[in-house]
Design a protein around this ligand. Structure first.
Ligand code: HSE
Length: 440
């Protein structure tokens, strides 16, 4: 049987998982792929770091170059994380003509175009199944399984930490900071949780999915981002009373252009907490699971569900990439499926202001006659219709919440309306607003 030699950089959570999975299922992988995978070296930060999975010291080196530049190493598996040294590691390997497998979404988000170009220039490839959705084979599905579809939209719960926090808020009646503490205790959230809770990680992932779906590279700065820090238990409860669940969604949608040559394609690419109807499958994604809904014009709706993070799920995706890279090497077609095919030269990401959706708004207002009328007038003057109103509580002269559900409106109009509403004397706090999705 043919053999391929790989080298790994990083023996942390994911690296340990890959080592263990290779040991456990290496034989199976070899019989399925027709190639045996030999792990020759692993670059680590320190020999004696505490590790959940023990890795033999005989495989370790402290110098990543020893892995990348070893002439016997044919595939480099980058699991170090970060974007600075990792960029150097990946570029060095690609320039040596070696295929690279990576799980590093932050790296792809920041430097994807440069890395893909380097892979093409040096006749090699970059594999990144583990970068989105952990163990869910979403990259392969978008590139291969759905290759015959125009993608109408993608709605993804792509950050397990945020899903856990929002789920716990709803299930346990916890405030954000309590749910975050629990997520940290369970090891879902970092001590410094910004990457997850402020939506950066979801942005990296939806950027990668949007780029694959729409055929032009979507840059991080073009993606509108809101995290979940400001989601309050009050809104989780009001949303539930109205029949909705708040989820952090990565959204990529085709707004205009059906891919006809010459017609520019405009998409929305965003991350924000949104209300999803309770009966929708995405509202019922519990715990730290991920789920990605992809709607294709031929296939209709497809749903990908599973563990989006963690040692073993991520290792599963890395192994799949190692097998692909090994097969491509064996067949001497390292660029068989290039890492990214820019098939849409006219693509454009719409600014948030242009994007249209429904909205949930919570105001804190003085309970007195005429307030709702004033609010409705401001909204009406900007062409925004109200679909329902609830005022839980009856406290004349006191401040009460007023919940409004809006018909579809452009974000710019909604933002302008809320500015004006917020200036009304009877409105006591900055209005809270969330988009409402998946109810058509
Ligand atoms: N921290 C991420 C999550 C996993 O919570 O889903 C890595 O992208």
């Amino acid at each position: 049987m043919d053999e391929v030699t790989i080298g790994m950089i990083g023996a942390g959570t994911v690296g340990g998982g890959v080592y263990r999975a290779l040991k456990r299922n290496g034989g199976l992988l070899a019989s399925r792929a027709g190639i045996r995978v030999r792990l020759k070296k692993i670059a680590v930060k320190a020999f004696d770091e505490p590790r959940k999975v023990a890795v033999p010291e005989s495989l370790m080196t402290l110098d990543w170059r020893e892995v990348v530049e070893d002439p016997e190493v044919q595939i480099v598996v980058e699991l170090a994380g970060g974007t600075t040294t990792a960029r150097q590691m990946v570029l060095t390997a690609l320039r040596l003509g070696k295929p690279v497998v990576t799980a590093n979404k932050a790296l792809l988000s920041a430097h994807g175009e440069e890395l893909f170009a380097a892979a093409g220039e040096h006749g090699t490839n970059l594999y990144y199944e583990a970068s989105v959705g952990g163990g869910i084979p979403i990259i392969k599905s978008l590139r291969d399984g759905l290759i015959g579809n125009r993608i109408d939209c993608i709605y993804g719960i792509v950050n397990g930490t945020c899903n856990y926090i929002l789920w716990r808020m709803k299930e346990e009646g916890a405030e954000f900071h309590q749910a975050l503490k629990e997520a940290q205790r369970l090891g879902y959230a970092e001590a410094e949780p910004s990457l997850d809770v402020d939506g950066h990680d979801s942005l990296h992932k939806i950027g990668i999915l949007a780029s694959l779906a729409y055929g032009f590279w979507v840059r991080p700065k073009e993606i509108c981002r809101e995290g979940i820090r400001s989601v309050s238990l009050a809104d989780v409860r009001f949303a539930d009373q109205l029949g909705y669940t708040i989820k952090l969604l990565g959204v990529a949608k085709r707004l205009a252009g059906r891919g006809v040559p010459g017609e520019p394609k405009t998409i929305q690419a965003a991350v924000y907490p949104a209300l999803v109807p309770n009966h929708h499958v995405l509202a019922n994604v519990a715990d730290s699971f991920n789920a990605i809904l992809v709607c294709g014009d031929v296939v209709g709706d497809t749903l990908f569900y599973g563990r989006g993070a963690g040692q073993d799920p991520t290792a599963s995706a890395v192994l799949s990439d190692i097998a692909d890279a090994a097969r491509d090497l064996k067949h001497e077609s390292p660029n068989r499926v290039p890492p990214f095919v820019p098939h849409e030269r006219n693509g454009r990401v719409a600014p948030a202001a242009e994007c249209v959706s429904r909205y949930y708004v919570r105001l804190e207002v003085l309970d007195r006659p005429g307030v709702l009328g004033r609010v409705a007038t401001i909204l009406g003057n900007l062409g925004i219709g109200i679909s329902s109103v609830i005022q839980p509580g009856d406290c004349p002269g006191k401040t009460v919440p007023l919940i409004l559900m809006m018909h579809k409106a452009p974000f710019a109009a909604m933002a302008e309306a809320l500015e004006a509403v917020g200036r009304l004397e009877a409105v006591k706090r900055k209005p809270v607003m969330y988009r409402v999705e998946l109810c058509d």
